[in-house]
Design a protein around this ligand. Structure first.
Ligand code: 3HC
Ligand code: NAI
Length: 692
């Protein structure tokens, strides 16, 4: 069966694309469309319909062709033949018309779509800009501001919104092909003109003064350090000020610049890494999975409530179990508050909120969990309590129920051993706030069955999480690495830096927040209390925790107490430096015999990030993580690591493993600390010229 077929249905020529899974614009598809358009020019058709088979209209250029020599015909050639067709072409859209796919629709003369369809230009999420006319055609239809919003956010919009913006001409119902044929016939009977978007002119006088400059300023804050959004603004500005041909030329140049950038390379890496992460080595694709039609959650605190929301949002009923009625009410109220915030942000309607809330039932009785398919425990981080909970679950839950723990650090094998069915026990480590953060670490214990792993990996997609598989170790993938990053932040601080310097340097480098500001946000008492449970040996080098310990003991718990590493304005939460903190830092340095020195910004970045990389390499060596790209997904989707750097392991490849290795060797030599000993895997790759 060919990728593109062409047939005449009465007086309408139908070009049908069939390039599973998402009708990406591969070379063969481009060729086929061009050929069909050419054929149609000389047959008896009076109008053409461009429609796709399968789950979606074209979802974009074929990303796997990027970075390789261009293959003829180009997408621009294909769009040109559509736009210059002597017969009107109607795009018939279902599923997701994204990127080059939507640009193809924009080159057509008319566009109809099912109401369930979505359109968008997500290129910016790949570090790119629409490279096939999107930046020129969208503003001609929607006006400049709506175009900037659509293209710089990369977020798809629903067909109805697209129609309101003028991007879609007609919403249709029922069978798409029938509806598109009807529309095309109507256009023929009305002798509708060949509407070419390129011929629309934008009235420059209608653009408010300073619009582009203000937009650039806004993006400088929102998309820190990313180059593609700025190029997009330049291109949209060109749509106003330059003729179409020149605008397209500029767009092309900027697209190529983005394509060749390390940023886009990193973001494309993450696109495929996320999809790769869903695959579990050694577990067949056809491994049977269990249906998850109902979920129980134990503990309705910070995490339990957020986790419950994920399932309710996906239409799956949840039973939330708390220790007593009072705690239950507190938990349910918190959930309701969180939904109210989502509604106030316009991300959910009041009716949807009620619908979700109606799916979450509270209980204090384990018997109510007897029939649930999956139970997730999110009680206090205490092995004893968790074991008790699992023992109880083992007694009440039906055979085949999956029993999961959201523990951050406890040994999932020990928790599984508290039951008679360790094969059904797994770790599902969500991140806070659990209703927002995309990452979920799936922690397979020694006895977890393939079926349970396959089921939870699949379930992640249902609740819109990115799942990454980890084996059991202290902190799993993300938190185990984070300890090393946090350690270096503390050491830089005591050796000569300031909270302000460390946070600014790391944020400028691209982290969503600096490490000390994150501590203030999370609450310094959390790790303080966690440390209390550890032996002196487990706590490690006192220089790595003496400052936060002292801050907590001074009553500086972070944002919640108005002060931590910084002072916080009670109204605005704006932070300011506090000399008292610097005095504490100097005192602690003196106490530990450290002569403080000026620490260069580059040293801070390298110490924090290389510490992550070295630990990541050890995780690979030990088989805790399946692959380097999984670690990248963990950091980019759970720890605010800059997507434009592709995750720590991809970043290591870009820097060059030899440089990382030699720097680690130097740190090891200077400090004689075992944690700086380069991972054997890193040494091997670096010395043989390989990459992660
Ligand atoms: N090129 C190549 N492969 C693609 C692709 C693309 N544009 N889009 C999806 N795929 C592949 C995925 O890698 C995956 O492959 P796998 O099964 O081997 O892992 C398969 O198609 C299915 O994808 P998903 O698992 O993501 O399926 P979903 O149903 O969850 O999502 C989707 C479908 C919404 C279309 C999602 O895949 C998506 O967002 N794709 C990317 C869309 C995009 O970014 N388009 C713009 C491309 S850049 C461009 O067009 C440049 C132009 O301006 C010149
Ligand atoms: P929390 O203290 O906010 O909530 C725990 C809840 O469990 C409380 O409401 C408590 O009443 C309830 N509870 C305690 N014992 C119970 C029992 N025997 N039966 C039923 N309910 C019981 O704690 P939080 O932050 O929600 O953490 C829960 C778990 O999630 C911990 O294991 C933690 O390590 C993990 N986690 C926490 C993250 C965070 O950022 N807070 C992130 C990821 C995981």
């Amino acid at each position: 069966m060919s990728i593109v077929s062409y047939q005449l249905i009465g007086n309408i020529g139908v070009i049908q694309l069939n390039n599973p899974p998402v009708n990406a614009l591969s070379k063969a598809l481009r060729q086929g469309v061009q050929h069909a358009i050419k054929t149609a020019q000389s047959d008896s058709s009076q109008a053409l319909v461009l429609i796709c088979e399968g789950r979606t209209f074209i979802a974009g250029a074929d990303i796997s062709e990027f970075g390789q020599p261009p293959l003829e015909p180009s997408l621009r050639d294909m769009l040109n033949s559509i736009e210059t067709s002597s017969k009107p072409v109607v795009a018939a859209i279902h599923g997701t018309a994204l990127g080059g796919g939507f640009e193809t629709a924009l080159a057509c003369h008319y566009r109809c779509a099912l109401a369930s369809a979505k359109i968008g230009l997500p290129e910016v999420k790949l570090g790119l800009l629409p490279g096939a006319g999107g930046t020129q055609r969208v503003p001609r239809l929607t006006g400049v501001e709506a175009a900037l919003n659509l293209i710089t956010s990369g977020r798809p919009i629903a067909a109805a919104r697209a129609e309101a913006l003028g991007l879609i001409d007609r919403l249709v119902e029922g069978d798409l092909l029938e509806a598109a044929l009807t529309y095309a016939r109507q256009l023929v009977s009305e002798a509708a003109p060949l509407r070419r978007v390129r011929n629309i002119e934008i009235d420059a006088a209608s653009i408010p003064a300073g619009l582009f400059e203000n937009y650039r300023k806004k993006l400088a804050r929102r998309a820190r350090g990313q180059i593609a959004p700025m190029h997009i603004v330049d291109c949209v500005e060109a749509a106003v000020n330059l003729p179409m041909g020149q605008g397209l030329k500029l767009e092309r140049e900027r697209f190529m610049q983005c394509m060749q950038s390390t940023q886009s390379c990193a973001m494309r890496h993450l696109f495929f890494a996320e999809r790769q992460a869903a695959r579990v080595d050694g577990i067949e694709k056809n491994t049977p999975t269990r249906p998850i039609g109902s979920v129980g959650i134990i503990g309705g605190g910070t995490m339990g409530g957020g986790i419950a929301m994920n399932f309710a949002n996906a239409g799956i009923p949840v039973t939330l179990l708390e220790i007593n009625q009072q705690a239950l009410e507190r938990g349910l109220t918190l959930v309701e508050k969180n939904y109210a915030i989502t509604v106030s942000k316009g991300k959910l309607s009041a009716a949807q909120k009620e619908q979700c809330l109606s799916l979450i039932q509270g209980t204090t009785d384990y018997a109510d969990l007897a029939e649930t398919d999956l139970v997730i425990e999110a009680v206090f981080e205490d092995l004893g309590i968790k074991k008790q909970v699992f023992k109880k679950l083992d007694e009440v839950c039906k055979a085949g129920a999956i029993l999961a723990t959201n523990t951050s650090y406890q040994d999932v094998n020990l928790i599984a051993a508290a039951t008679q069915r360790p094969a059904d026990v797994i770790g599902l480590h969500f991140f806070s706030p659990a209703n927002v953060m995309r990452l979920m670490e799936v922690v397979r214990a020694d006895k977890t069955s393939d079926e349970v792993i396959a089921t939870t990996m699949k379930m992640a997609k249902t609740i819109k999480k990115v799942a990454v598989l980890s084996r059991v170790c202290y902190g799993f993938i993300g938190n185990r690495m984070l300890r090393h990053y946090a350690r270096e932040a503390q050491l830089c601080l005591i050796e000569g830096s300031s909270p302000q310097q460390i946070d600014t340097v790391m944020q400028d480098w691209g982290m969503a927040m600096g490490p000390l500001a994150v501590g203030d946000l999370a609450g310094l008492d959390i790790s303080y209390n966690a440390r209390k449970a550890l032996s002196v040996e487990q706590k490690g080098d006192p220089r790595t925790y003496c400052i936060p310990d002292a801050l907590v003991e001074m009553g500086r718990l972070g944002q919640k107490s108005g002060a931590g590493y910084y002072n916080y304005d009670p109204q605005t939460r704006a932070r300011s430096n506090d000399e008292a903190v610097m005095q504490l830092v100097r005192d602690k340095a003196a106490e530990h015999g450290i002569e403080r020195r000026e620490i260069p910004d580059e040293e801070i970045v390298n110490r924090l990030i290389f510490a992550l990389i070295n630990e990541g390499a050890k995780l690979l060596e030990e088989g805790i993580a399946q692959r380097a790209s999984d670690i990248d997904v963990v950091y980019a989707s759970g720890y605010g690591f800059p997507v434009a750097r592709g995750g720590p392991m991809h970043y290591a490849n870009t820097v060059g493993l030899e440089k990382i290795y030699s720097t680690l060797c130097r740190y090891y030599e200077q400090t004689d600390k075992d944690y700086w000993r380069p991972a054997a895997l890193l040494e091997e790759l670096a010395t043989t010229g390989k990459q992660f």
